[in-house]
Design a protein around this ligand. Structure first.
Ligand code: FBP
Length: 552
């Protein structure tokens, strides 16, 4: 296989670990911390998770641990969207397993959670793994979005594990996948299957976080990749001075990615879905806000700028959200009738005559391309695939119309020419930054320490992340403590609470304090490409979000 120079160099990179995990592995023992409970819905969650409710947090300390040398087989699953660093979670897990006992084995379930159900299993050997160390992607074993949630699936998973003598499974995924990891852990305990389940917090979206999980892996690298590109576009805009760039960035619900990129690049506008929802801003209101900024700059002769749009925006605009909810319901209930309609006109008429008059009115004003995107297939979790809705183009079209009106009434004298971009897939498989390379390796190594401690239903946790890696704190957090009950497809279900942008949090407050100036003046900053080699002050920096959240 041909290798790029960076690929070759990254194979040699030795990720940093919290100092306790650098000790000889048989001299580290688990230490029980406080017992836990979820912040709400305790009774319901306790009833659903009798074996994994109220467990203690765990950290590690020095101590004799002969037990850790026992031979075991572990399985690993990559679940959901790619996030830089997944290969390093597997590397850390593998290295810890082999350190404890070179006879122990790591198996990968291929293609995501379906791999464990269908027994699509491979042994991960040292030789195979070495080609993936410190590289982006999930191609080491592949990923997928199959939901692991039914008893039949759990039984099949149990059979696969028993066939390969696997006594622990590590699930690397986001909030939904880790919710399912907790349900699977509970099931195996109820069944006395002797199979432990440990989760690892993954998603570029950054929305799997709480007091115990400071950040999900991949967020650091993905936002740095997008910020590099946004900075480059800002320089281009500032050079040519002729385009407004509308840039949609990934993040299917929360706006953490958009906000982090804004903190890194100081664009003229960054929309934050959570604020739009809190203020109940309508689509027309969003268009007016953007148009006003463009007009203010245009009237000063500044006919260029950069606007960051979070991918999930449409689901936070109240009237569009109401429309999407009605569409989800309608397309699920009348799927047969809808599938018989062949022309776009028939489909549009069907929608307009089957939703409320308010939603019909919203649907009617949308460009037909957006109408069709809202009707596309849902993902396996029943969600609209927001990455396929061209919000950037929708806003350009609506803003252009609004600016035409403003021209006519004399409030806008500039020129408007726009370019649209979508940064999503570009960032999900980048070479992990040093932070993600180290964090992921630590999460994987730590996952083995939790397994060796006999735990199940825990999420691998590495904290104190704005400090140097040696000062990070490794441990385990019972997943049930992160859960609450939520309505999902008409049923009340236990799920890990998704972390949206906090409007009273330090990152948003910093942005809010500066955005009016960034809007009108040109204050762009240019983060440049991720640096892998050089001074720590450049290479090991974490995100602005984490730095602001952890600044005392
Ligand atoms: P996860 O939550 O599984 O980590 O995936 C997040 C994400 O990258 C979103 O930002 C995006 O909306 C979605 O995946 C795209 O999914 P797909 O890869 O299936 O197109």
């Amino acid at each position: 296989m041909d290798l790029s120079p960076l690929q070759r160099a990254r194979y040699e990179y030795q990720p940093k670990l919290p100092s306790i995990l650098t000790e000889a592995i048989d001299t580290v023992i688990p230490v029980k911390g406080e017992s836990t409970s979820p912040s709400s819905d305790q009774d319901q969650i306790k009833a659903l998770f009798p074996n994994t409710y109220g467990l203690n947090k765990v950290t590690f300390a020095k101590g004799n641990n002969e037990e850790i040398k026992k031979q075991i087989n572990v399985g690993v699953i990559l679940s959901g969207g790619q996030a830089p660093g997944g290969h390093n979670v597997i590397s850390g897990l593998f290295d810890a397993i082999k350190k404890a006992n070179p006879e122990s084995k790591l198996y990968g379930f291929k293609g995501g959670p379906s791999g464990i159900i269908e027994d699509d299993t491979m042994e991960i050997t040292s030789e195979y793994l070495d080609k993936f160390r410190n590289t982006g992607g999930f191609d080491i074993i592949g990923s997928g979005r199959t939901k692991l949630e039914t008893k039949e699936q759990f039984e099949l998973a149990k059979q696969t594990c028993q066939k390969h003598n696997i006594s622990a499974v590590v699930i690397i995924g986001g909030d939904d996948s880790n919710t399912n990891a907790a349900v699977l852990a509970e099931y195996f305990l109820q069944q006395k299957a002797n199979i432990q389940v440990i989760g690892c917090p993954k998603t570029i979206d950054g929305d799997l976080k709480n007091d115990e999980i400071e950040v999900s892996f991949g967020f650091d690298t993905a936002t740095k990749t997008y910020s590099e590109l946004i900075g480059n576009i800002e320089r281009d805009a500032n050079s040519a001075k002729k385009y407004w760039h509308f840039i949609k960035v990934m993040g299917r619900s929360a706006s953490h990615i958009a906000l982090e990129c804004a903190l890194e690049t100081q664009p003229n506008i960054c929309l934050v879905s959570e604020e739009i929802e809190a203020n109940k801003t309508s689509l027309a209101g969003v268009v007016e806000y953007i148009s006003d900024v463009i007009a203010k700059r245009g009237n000063k002769g500044l006919n260029f700028g950069v606007i960051i749009i979070p991918e999930g925006l449409v689901e936070f605009i109240p009237e569009v959200k109401a429309l999407i909810d009605e569409l989800n319901d309608l397309l699920a209930k009348k799927a047969d009738l809808y599938s018989k309609l062949t022309s776009t006109e028939e489909q549009v008429d069907f929608i307009i005559s089957n939703v409320s008059s308010e939603s019909a009115a919203v649907f009617s004003i949308l460009p037909s391309s957006i109408q069709m995107q809202l009707l596309m297939d849902r993902d396996p979790h029943g969600n609209v695939q927001v990455s396929r809705i061209e919000t950037d183009k929708l806003l350009i079209e609506m803003v252009a119309k609004q600016l035409d009106k403003m021209k006519k009434d004399g409030t806008y004298t500039g020129k408007f020419s726009a370019q649209n971009h979508f940064f999503g897939y570009e960032g999900r498989c980048a070479f992990p930054s040093n932070f993600d390379a180290d964090y992921c390796y630590s999460l994987g190594f730590n996952a083995f320490m939790l397994i060796a401690s006999g735990l199940s239903g825990y999420l691998s946790s590495v904290k104190n992340l704005s400090a140097p890696a040696r000062d990070w704190v490794a441990g385990g957090i019972p997943i049930t403590m992160m859960m609450n009950m939520e309505q999902r497809h008409g049923e009340l279900k236990p799920v890990i609470k998704k972390a949206l942008v906090e409007l009273d949090g330090a990152p948003f407050n910093y942005f809010k304090a500066h955005r009016d100036q960034w809007a009108i003046d040109t204050c762009f900053t240019f983060p440049g490409a991720i640096q892998y080699y050089g001074p720590e002050s450049v290479c090991d920096l974490t995100t602005r979000t984490l730095a602001l959240e952890q600044s005392k």
